[in-house]
Each structure stands twice: as structure tokens, then as C-alpha cells.
Design a protein around this ligand. Structure first.
Ligand SMILES: Cc1cc2nc3c(=O)[nH]c(=O)nc-3n(C[C@H](O)[C@H](O)[C@H](O)COP(=O)(O)OP(=O)(O)OC[C@H]3O[C@@H](n4cnc5c(N)ncnc54)[C@H](O)[C@@H]3O)c2cc1C
Length: 417
């Protein structure tokens, strides 16, 4: 009879691997968690700007799945088994108090992602999971749709089941370098096209450098492909030295990059979405009466952040030194038009290096949704960002990891008996 070093070997010590390891060990399996970094959860520590947006308290599965687009139906049954309420209970029962903020975003009360990671460490210790750190898996030896063993830098290792949790390609500086995609392809899995998602966007317009650091609230942006309007978002955004970022831009980034494959893409920023053109024109007339005698460049302070005034005047082809009393109807309308549609030409993104998640991944049709088991390799399970599922900001992406890690861990363990 073949003897194995472990029942289950889990590759990748991010959120998916951590929860999978604990769950598998809780079901009685002898588990090893293999991580190439010196520490587990390097990316987890960066989440939510170091505060960790653990999940989203959207408790109705039917509403939750909509956030994951085409990946939503795949996730339906597993989210019903282990959804946001379950991961919140998991942490709360282990002493990490949580709070719900705007947009149902859940954070630890301490605002420290280290508390989430420490809790998971404690859990693995309690369940006696073997942890290999500084241990890079270099290859997998596969024979007849079956993984025989793993090749690490200094040793080989065998297990009865393997769970692949190596994450995506985003923020490779944290260890997520896309190794899992390479092995999955080698084993016969398909990988859908990989794109940076939730990523800052680069633009061709030089003037944005002059407003770098400016954050705008309650604005809307709309995307256009070859002049045709596509989608809009409302909320908060930020100008950077290379382009635009912030919540609504990040959430729209995947869509913008997809559009770019088909042609020229630009966005229009509506700086005053609550006012239609007529109301905005009336507002300008009121301001110009109030600031009678002033130059245009000194008469827009109540309407716009200071930094935005010069580029808006310039883009409207107006003279900043002209007295507001002499601005005519046509000139005012040019101003209104730019305030309602500040144009930016999209040139690309900051790429995987700065993208929060990777869109695309292992083809879901090749994985059993109820167990996360590969339909191609008989002793392989997959969980986390490596799958072709991603959601918007707000805790949804970590929830994918908790849910799929939990199901993969339990299913792999139960398949042993
Ligand atoms: C800056 C930032 C902020 C984020 N904030 C949030 C947030 O607040 N809320 C949210 O929901 N999501 C957030 N995300 C997304 C979330 O962090 C990821 O979706 C999540 O970490 C993916 O988990 P994972 O376990 O699938 O993979 P990862 O976290 O990427 O972990 C994979 C692990 O596998 C290891 N590994 C890779 N290859 C090998 C190998 N060959 N051998 C051994 N080990 C290997 C890596 O070192 C890594 O530790 C954020 C992402 C970033 C970059």
C-alpha cells in the first residue's frame, strides 16, 4: 500500500489556503499548508488599506451572487453553505469583534488586518496544521490525471489530495505570481484570459498631473467606446499623476480594459450629477452675479475645488482673466458642457503590479461547484482568486476565498473516508 506524507497538501497560504487548511484539519485530515513567503497571508495584511474589509454583509444569497457576474451562479450553492454571516460568526466566535460600515463593508473593530491573520494562525495551530514557510512549490508531477507528488525547492512531498490556492497575478510583490495557472494548464485545465481588475487607470491627458491628489465625492463617470455611451458609476474618485483611481474608477476598470480591446475609449466625468444643464447654467449665472467684477478664474471657487478651476477654464476654451460680467451665454454653455462631461482618454492601466484582483482564471466548467474538485485531475481541488471569479470592491473578493476555501477544505477531507 502506498504511504503518503500527508492526507492533504494545500499550496498557497493566503485567505483561501488558510481557511481550507483549518477546515480540512478540523475534519480529521493530516494537513500541510505550503507557502513560499517567510510568512503567511502577506496580501491579506494589505487588504482594506491595512484594515481588512473581511466581507460584505449582504446576507441574501440571491443578491450576493449578482455581484460576481457570470461567476455568481457557480458560487450559489457554496455561498448558501458558507456565506458572509458564517465567516463573520467564525471570526466573532474566535474573539475578533467586527463592525459594518458604509456599503455593508465589514471590518474588524480594531481596524487591523493583523487581527484577522492572527486569528487564522491561532485556528491552524489549534487544528494542528503543519505549516511549511519559505517553501516554494516548483513543480507538480502528474500521471494519468492524478497528482503523484509535489517538488519543492529542497524536497519532494506526497499527499492523497491537493488544494491549489496560489491566488492570481495581482500584486506579485506579495507572492501571487500566477504559478497555479501554469500548473493547471499543464494538467489540462483551461485558463480564461487574465486581466488586471480593480486597478488604477492611465489617461492620455497631461492636465491631470496638475490636479494630482484631488479626490472628488458624489461625481459620476461614464464610459464611451468610439463615442458610444456604455456604462456609468456614481461615487468617489481620485486624480493621480498618471490618471484616475478611487472606488468608482477601480470598480469600472475591468469594464474599461475590456472595452479597450474593441476600440478607442474615453470617459466623461460629470462633476455636478445632481444638476441638469439648465440648473447648472442658472447656478453659474447666480455665481457670476454674486462675484460681479471678478475675473473668471476667481469666480468658480464655490462651485469647484481650486485645483480644477484652471483645467476646466482651459478645456472650455475660455480666458481665465475675462471678467465674469462679460461672459456670454455661449461661453457659459461651454463651461456647463465641461462641468457635465470632463473628458479623459483612456490609455490603459497600471497593470497586475497594482491591481487589487485578477479577472479571469481557471475555467469554472472544469470544476464541480459543490465540492471545488477538478473534473480533470482526480485528486485536485481549487479555491480562491485562482478561479475565474471576481467581484467589485467591498469585501466580495475575500468572501470568494472564505467560501471556496471552506468548501474545498471540507470536500477534500471528506473524500478521504
Ligand atoms: C492592496 C490590496 C487590497 C485588497 N483589499 C481587499 C479587501 O479589503 N477586501 C477584499 O475582499 N479583497 C481585497 N483584496 C483582494 C484579496 O486580497 C485577494 O482576492 C485575496 O488575497 C486572494 O486570496 P487567495 O488566497 O486566493 O490568494 P493570495 O492571497 O494571493 O495568496 C496566495 C498565496 O500563494 C502563495 N504562492 C504562490 N505561488 C506559490 C508557490 N509556487 N509555492 C508556494 N506558495 C505559493 C503566495 O505567496 C501567496 O501567499 C485586496 C487585494 C490587494 C492587492
Amino acid at each position: 500500500m502506498t504511504t503518503f506524507d500527508f492526507d492533504i497538501a494545500i499550496i498557497g497560504g493566503g485567505p483561501a489556503g488558510l481557511i481550507a487548511a483549518g477546515q480540512a484539519a478540523e475534519k480529521g485530515a493530516k494537513v500541510v499548508l505550503i507557502e513560499k513567503n517567510a510568512e503567511l497571508g502577506k496580501k491579506l495584511l494589505l487588504t482594506g488599506n491595512g484594515r481588512c474589509n473581511v466581507t460584505n454583509a449582504l446576507f441574501k444569497t440571491s443578491e450576493l451572487v449578482r455581484e460576481f457576474g457570470k461567476g455568481g451562479s457557480f458560487l450559489y450553492s457554496s455561498l448558501s453553505r458558507f456565506g458572509p454571516q458564517d465567516i463573520m460568526n467564525f471570526f466573532e466566535e474566535r474573539g475578533v469583534k467586527l463592525k459594518v460600515e458604509r456599503g455593508n463593508r465589514v471590518f474588524p473593530v480594531s481596524d487591523r488586518s493583523t487581527d484577522i491573520l492572527s486569528c487564522l494562525y491561532g485556528y491552524l495551530k489549534e487544528k494542528k496544521v503543519n505549516i511549511y514557510r519559505d517553501a516554494q512549490v516548483i513543480n507538480m508531477i502528474v500521471r494519468q490525471n492524478h497528482i503523484e507528488r509535489l517538488i519543492l525547492r529542497n524536497k519532494e512531498l506526497t499527499a492523497r489530495r491537493y488544494i491549489l490556492c496560489t491566488g492570481g497575478k495581482s500584486y506579485p510583490q506579495t507572492g501571487s505570481t500566477g504559478d497555479g495557472y501554469r500548473w493547471a494548464t499543464m494538467m489540462g485545465h483551461s485558463v480564461t484570459p487574465l486581466l488586471p481588475s480593480l486597478v488604477p487607470i492611465k489617461v492620455n491627458n497631461d492636465w491631470v498631473k496638475s490636479v494630482m491628489g484631488l479626490s472628488l465625492k458624489n461625481v459620476s463617470i461614464s464610459s464611451f467606446l468610439e463615442g458610444q455611451k456604455k456604462e456609468s458609476r456614481f461615487g468617489e474618485m481620485l486624480f493621480t499623476h498618471f490618471g484616475i483611481s478611487g472606488p468608482i474608477v477601480m470598480d469600472m476598470s475591468q469594464h474599461l480594459l475590456e472595452l479597450q480591446k474593441s476600440g478607442k475609449v474615453h470617459v466623461l466625468i460629470d462633476l455636478k450629477p445632481a444638476l441638469d444643464e439648465n440648473k447648472l447654467d442658472a447656478r453659474l449665472r447666480r455665481d457670476f452675479r454674486k462675484f460681479s467684477g471678478r475675473k473668471l478664474k476667481n469666480a468658480l471657487n464655490e462651485l469647484l475645488p481650486q485645483k480644477l478651476i484652471p483645467p476646466i477654464i482651459d478645456l472650455s476654451s475660455l480666458d481665465p482673466d475675462k471678467q465674469v460680467d462679460h461672459i456670454d451665454h455661449g461661453e457659459r454653455l461651454r463651461l456647463v458642457s465641461k462641468l457635465k462631461g470632463l473628458p479623459l482618454d483612456i490609455s490603459g492601466s497600471l497593470g497586475f503590479k497594482w491591481s487589487i484582483v485578477t479577472s479571469g482564471g481557471i475555467e469554472l466548467k472544469e470544476i464541480e461547484p459543490g465540492t471545488l474538485k477538478s473534473k480533470i485531475i482526480d485528486n485536485l481541488y481549487l479555491a480562491g482568486e485562482i478561479l475565474d471569479i471576481n467581484g467589485p470592491t467591498g469585501g466580495f473578493n475575500l468572501q470568494v476565498c472564505w467560501t471556496t476555501g471552506y468548501i474545498a477544505g471540507i470536500s477534500a477531507a471528506l473524500s478521504l473516508y
